[in-house]
Design a protein around this ligand. Structure first.
Ligand code: F6R
Length: 613
């Protein structure tokens, strides 16, 4: 979603800020802007569209000297919420005097009331945004101390924010604060870089401070002074990012998505490494922070997430019930807190999120904690808000996922859920031998995925036959049902083909009316208890002229026979097979989108980390 970068150092702020914005491009945005301190003035440059437009625009708006010499500035990529993605709505926004500039992620929910109050005091607004209202409010509160003005303004605000503020009257400092929208401060040598996401910081320093909700910091080139909104000092540790800046590069692939799909044998090995206990036939997930005794006492697993993470949770639901004999359910994070969920202290709530910042998933975590459940997270981004607020959990170790469409995070999520189910299952019903058998299957996941990736060229050829369709259906049963949902999501988000995922049996309860000659039906029909029934459902589609692409198990000629095209994946336990089956669909979607000339890594209207409700 929106991205923030702030820089304070000796010079060259403009280049650092533009470089930082480029690193945040993957999050999805539709306009960008930049403000620099220049003596008694704040200079602003903005552009609709890409950061490249902004870079060009700033070079015409500003002198080369300003470009090179300015030492303090803030910058933003905006994903429109209030008002269209125009230059005037782009951040930074200025206060009434023009001397204070603000960039903001999040939503000021009471901005209408604040705006009319300020208008009666003579403020004039140029944009339709909630952010401009906050900039004016800070200006209105300013009695000569920017830090205090920001505190006073934030006390009046309802909603979420991650902000960075500069003032021409107080050069040499940036004020930054957060509530519900992440802020990370990179601490360098006589320079500091503020960002909403560590990827903008990587190239400068590995030493970072994560702000907590309601923290506000005064950042200078040499110090970071953090307080709460009542001006009481708080201590936040400096952490090491431990990320390699090369991990955020394309490494020879045309798109981040393709790179990330290809990284999966390695990212899965990282997710699994050291976590299987081949002596006891179980798994070792120390981050869960629960003893076998506590796990044995649990009555229910509840998983929450959004989008692709929700689909991973749905695979997990099958795994927990099937392998661990425990009641499991999935709830949409967006709905969780509003339905007043019934939870107790024997419920185990698992929040699943790649970014660890998704607003709805975070709110679900807070609700589950209120209700006294065991809460843990399954998150990729180390130090993210969900990881910190749950305090216990399992990191995915998938490395930075830059492409907006999630790929390697999903497969790591499913493999960790399988290891959790194994651990619970071992405590409840599995013998050592049964546990060991499953552990060996999980251990083989990276190799299974490598074998699917080897079929990349064949999958690209098959994809070419589906490029001209505007609609597609994905079907599956059992654990392959969420795989079908995930396949449909991947195809629609990057190729803009209208794709629907259904339980294979559900198609005939309505959607089958849409099938015509040649309508693609992508059927996940791998070996497993549900396969024969899925083949029956495929026949129903064929009888109505659909073109069938099947994901089948290698050597399953019965299945191949009912397909127009098929991608064969290696034989595996039906739950484990969800992972290679998904990888096949990721590659299929990628190639369809590529052949349609789509902007794969940053699909229209989408954001990488959804920090608003
Ligand atoms: C789809 C996709 C999204 C995310 C969703 C949740 O490819 O990436 O559906 O899965 O926005 O994001 P996280 O996992 O960061 O909570």
């Amino acid at each position: 979603m929106c991205g923030i970068v702030g820089y304070i150092g000796k010079a060259n702020a403009a280049s650092v800020l533009i470089g930082g914005l480029k690193r945040l491009e993957y999050r999805g945005y539709d306009s960008a802007g930049l403000a620099l301190l220049d003596g008694d003035n704040v200079r602003v440059s903005k552009a609709a569209g890409k950061v490249a437009n902004l870079s060009e625009r700033a070079r015409t708006d500003w002198t080369p000297e300003l470009f090179q010499n300015a030492a303090t500035g803030i910058a933003h990529t905006r994903w429109a919420t209030h008002g269209p993605p125009t230059e005037v709505n782009a951040h930074p926004h200025l206060d009434e005097t023009g001397g204070i500039a603000l960039v903001h992620n999040g939503i000021i929910e009471n901005y209408r009331a604040l705006r009319s109050r300020l208008e009666t005091k003579g403020h004039h607004f140029l944009s339709e945004t909630d952010t401009e209202v906050l900039a004016h409010l800070i200006g209105d509160c300013n009695k000569g101390d920017l830090f205090q003005a920001v505190c006073d303004a934030l006390h009046q605000v309802e909603g979420t924010f991650g902000i960075a503020v500069i003032s021409a009257k107080e050069p040499g400092k940036i004020i930054t604060a957060r509530r519900g929208s992440p802020i990370v401060i990179g601490v360098g040598n006589s320079e500091a870089i503020i960002a909403s996401d560590a990827s903008a910081i990587l190239a400068h320093t590995q030493r970072v401070i994560y702000l907590d909700d309601n923290d506000i910091a005064i950042v200078t080139a040499d110090a970071v002074d953090i307080r709460d909104l009542n001006n009481v000092p708080v201590t936040r540790e400096i952490a090491e990012l431990g990320l390699d800046s090369a991990a955020a590069e394309k490494g020879g692939f045309e798109h981040f998505m393709l790179k990330e799909i290809h990284e999966q044998p390695e990212s899965l090995a990282n997710a699994i490494r050291g976590r299987l206990d081949l002596q006891l036939g179980s798994s070792v997930l120390a981050g869960m922070g629960t003893s076998q005794r506590e796990l044995a006492d649990l009555s229910r697993v509840v998983m929450v997430g959004c989008g692709t993470s929700l689909h991973a949770a749905m695979v997990g639901e099958y795994a927990f019930e099937d392998l661990a004999d425990i009641h499991a359910e999935v709830q949409q994070a967006a709905e969780f807190r509003y339905r007043n969920p019934i939870l107790g202290n024997r419920d185990f709530v698992i929040a699943i999120s790649q970014s660890g910042e998704t607003a709805d998933t975070l709110a679900a975590v807070r609700e589950a904690k209120q209700k006294g459940a065991f809460v843990m997270s399954l998150v990729n981004v180390v130090g993210s808000t969900i990881a910190r607020e749950t305090g216990r959990g399992v990191y995915l170790h998938a490395g930075p996922e830059i492409s907006v469409a999630s790929t390697k995070a999903f497969t790591s999520q499913v493999s960790v859920l399988l290891m959790m189910a194994l651990k619970l299952g071992r405590g409840r019903r599995f013998s050592r031998d049964e546990g060991l058998k499953l552990a060996r299957e999980i251990e083989s996941i990276p190799e299974l995925v490598r074998r699917v990736i080897e079929k990349n060229d064949t999958i690209a050829e098959i994809a070419a036959r589906y490029v001209d369709n505007e609609h597609a259906f994905f079907i599956g049963r059992g654990p392959m049902f969420p795989v079908a949902l995930e396949g449909a999501l991947k195809l629609k988000e990057i190729s803009y083909i209208h794709a629907e995922g259904y339980h294979a049996a559900e198609l005939k309860h309505g959607p089958i009316a849409l099938l015509q000659k040649g309508t693609p039906v992508i059927a996940v029909a791998c070996e497993g208890p549900a396969k024969d029934k899925t083949l029956g459902n495929i026949e129903e589609c064929r009888a109505r002229g659909a073109r069938i692409l099947g994901i089948v198990t290698e050597g399953d000629h019965d299945a191949e026979e009912v397909m127009d095209d098929f991608i064969a994946i290696p034989r595996a336990h039906p739950l484990v097979a969800t992972i290679p089956a998904t990888v096949a669909l990721q590659l299929f979607s990628y190639h369809v989108a590529h052949l349609r000339g789509c902007e794969i890594d940053q699909p229209r209207n989408l954001a990488k980390s959804v920090t608003v409700e």
